[in-house]
Design a binder for this molecule. Sequence first.
Ligand SMILES: *Cc1c(COP(=O)(O)O)cnc(C)c1O
Length: 403
Amino acid sequence: MPIATLERLPAASRPTWVEIHLDRLAHNFRAIRARVGEGVKICAVVKAEAYGHGAVAIAHSLESVGADWFGVAAVEEAIALREAGIARPILCFGVARGQEALVLEHRLTPVVFDAAQIERLDACARAHRTVLEVHLEVDTGMGRTGVPLRELETVLRAFERFRHVRLDGLMTHFAAADDPAQAEFTRAQIAHFHEAVRVVEARGFHPTYRHLANSAGVRAYPEALGNMVRPGGLLYGLWSGPRPSAPSPCAEIVIETPMGEYAVQPVLSLHTRIVFLKDVEAGTPLGYGSTFVTARRSRIATLPIGYHDGYRRALSDRGRVLVRGRFAPVVGRVSMDWTLVDVTDIPDARVGDEVILIGQADGQRITAEELAELCGTISYEITCGIGARVPRVLVSAGESALE
Ligand SMILES: *Cc1c(COP(=O)(O)O)cnc(C)c1O
């Protein structure tokens, strides 16, 4: 995904853009650091283009504030970070068959969970005359990747046999740590992980790293920090589950730390501009399928953003945007490239006005969680879904991209 992390949006571009607020990213990182303390490594999860924020820019920024490791889903993502000059260790949650040489060449740390992977990596490391450090994932309740506990011994035998691969980390992944109603399940995952640690140590392995916690784990399970944590969403000011202090999607995501409470801040905002305004009579149908018919004489603004940009079609007739600090409802279907909003009640709206689709202005805000709720999903899917044709513009404290 070619994300343009421009310092400034070029004057002649389509006026639809994302702003990445690096000061908020740093704030969120520091909140997590305060939560976990200096003794726990932070593996910043930047998979999927850092949840749509732009992985390279996010990783550079996090490297400068002290991220110890980076976590990605795929080898390709890790290589892109290396090519951009990221030097810190990169944990790769999934290594496909055939990618072993790339792992060695780019100094990646693979997560493994079966003996065949260990054997393939061993062969490759032996050919490179080196010993490759890997992390072993155990499945304690996620049911996705990870070796089931009852097969742990078999995998450990592979580590004994294949000496060019060294077990340097043991990890597991939480399935429901964001849901207080499932706390017992999460505590069982933690107990299973402790059991796995015992088994591994009993066989004479002493991995440097032990890690379990995703964002929800960092926030809610201080007993499960191990000596490394893997937050993703929390870094970006996003929350994966029902809002911690629901019911309002605007409730803040708060992290408790020994230094007090920190509310994490959304790093991403989504903007466009009004490109066209028209006055229509009552009874005018709008958009594909004519799903919306004006009930009054109305002023309709056309916005150059659609579902290809990640402004989801599910927001048709349901979403709202901010124009001049006031909410304007989405009317009619969101199409691939365009969205209509009703600005009848914002009579000073003009062509060229900035419109906020995710973000805040004049004390009002629209969160990715609000959009997610309307779309029946989570905020991660909203930011991940922001299209590649939307430039990501980096902004620092107090700055706006378009001054
Ligand atoms: C995505 C992922 C994370 C981060 O999850 P968040 O909910 O974004 O904190 C951590 N670990 C693994 C293995 C993951 O796949």
